[in-house]
Design a protein around this ligand. Structure first.
Ligand code: A3P
Length: 348
């Protein structure tokens, strides 16, 4: 499915490459990738045979590593870009819908809103899609109108300076209790695991997760990277927790509007616009829409995911139905030790 484009107009951007130049640049990155890959440590993969460790983080060798290198080598941010960053299974889909609805709220009415017929991942694409879409006319970052809404799982310290130094481009980071992330991730990835590979048991997934061996893991390093950066530059990075969003969605959405430069006016508040956005993007609403039940989402050459898999339960604390007491104690202990002194805590 093509990415949803909010408007046909496009900015006059200086970084539009010709197709030829673009493919030359990508070829260079391909060379760097081919030279680097054989020398990287390997760990067991959750949906691929293995993950590779690159600059401290575990990535899928065919998709995530290649894309990361492309971003490091070539991506040109705009000052107006809005990035949603997350560790997978932390609430990315929900935040995509909320940010899209907040930023575009004067454009669309709630009765015929694009989110009713287009999935959050198409309204707010992953930056990766740029590299993966063969038909570039369907997804050309350079032609996206500003502000571009782009999503990433890339750890903060692996981002190029052009993204972290840039004074104006903004990041919203969503994190979640690692126990819920683990359970959500295990159930999700077992659905995507190729049929010729045996399913991964919860015990095995747990061990891998604790060792940090999971997509974009270690979880704690990922979260801390954005947490520390958000403390240094709060005007650039808004750090959110899934649990807070569940508890006080109206408060968090208003903070989101302020941070993104789209504050809600008193008139909008009195008309219930914030409530409408929260309702539109709620699990109960999005998960029952036809588009989120039937359509597929193409994430990479080999990974096509049914949209419905992004909506499972949407609850805080579902780990209680899956993890043993020993697992909970061990995971909580790792979390405590890793986050000690950082000021960041997760409720148990
Ligand atoms: P569960 O598996 O615990 O239900 P991501 O979008 O980062 O892949 O995260 C997926 C998790 O977010 C899943 O958690 C999913 O159910 C939940 N989720 C998706 N949409 C949501 C929404 N609108 N509100 C709350 N949770 C949502």
């Amino acid at each position: 499915m093509a990415a949803f484009q909010p408007s046909l107009e496009c900015d006059n951007i200086s970084n539009i490459h010709s197709e030829q130049t673009d493919s030359d640049l990508i070829q260079k990155t391909d060379e760097r990738y081919r030279e680097t890959l054989p020398n990287l440590p390997k760990g067991k993969g959750w949906i691929t045979e293995h993950l590779v460790q690159y600059q401290g983080f575990w990535l899928t060798p065919n998709a995530a590593l290649k894309i990361l290198m492309w971003v490091q080598d070539h991506f040109k941010p705009r000052p107006t870009d809005i990035f949603l960053a997350s560790f997978p299974k932390s609430g990315t889909t929900w935040l995509k819908a909320l940010i899209f609805a907040t930023v575009n709220r004067t454009r669309y009415g709630f009765a015929d809103h694009p989110l009713l017929t287009t999935g959050p991942h198409d309204c707010f694409p992953f930056l990766d899609a740029h590299l993966q879409e063969k038909d570039r006319s369907r997804f050309d970052l350079d032609r996206f109108p500003s502000p571009r809404l782009l999503s990433i799982h890339i750890p903060y310290i692996l981002l190029p300076n052009s993204m972290t130094d840039h004074q104006s481009c903004r990041f919203v980071y969503i994190c979640r209790d690692p126990k819920d992330v683990l359970v959500s991730k295990w159930l999700f990835l077992n659905k995507l695991r190729p049929k010729d590979l045996p399913p991964i048991s919860l015990e095995e997934a747990f061990e891998l997760f604790c060792q940090g061996i999971s997509h974009y893991g270690p979880f704690w390093d990922h979260v801390l990277g954005y947490w520390e950066a958000s403390l240094e530059t709060p005007e650039k990075i808004l750090f959110l927790k899934y649990e807070d969003l569940k508890k006080e969605p109206l408060v968090v959405v208003k903070r989101l509007g302020d941070f993104l430069g789209y504050p809600f006016s008193l008139e909008e508040e009195s008309k219930g616009v914030v409530e409408e956005i929260v309702k539109l993007c709620s699990f109960e609403n999005l998960s029952t829409l036809e588009v989120n039940k039937v359509s597929e989402q193409k994430f990479s050459k080999d990974t096509i995911i049914d949209n419905r898999h992004f909506f499972r339960k949407g609850k805080v604390g579902d780990w209680k139905s899956y993890l043993t007491t020993e697992m909970v104690e061990r995971l909580d202990e790792i979390t405590y030790e890793k986050l000690l002194g950082s000021g960041l805590v997760f409720g148990s």
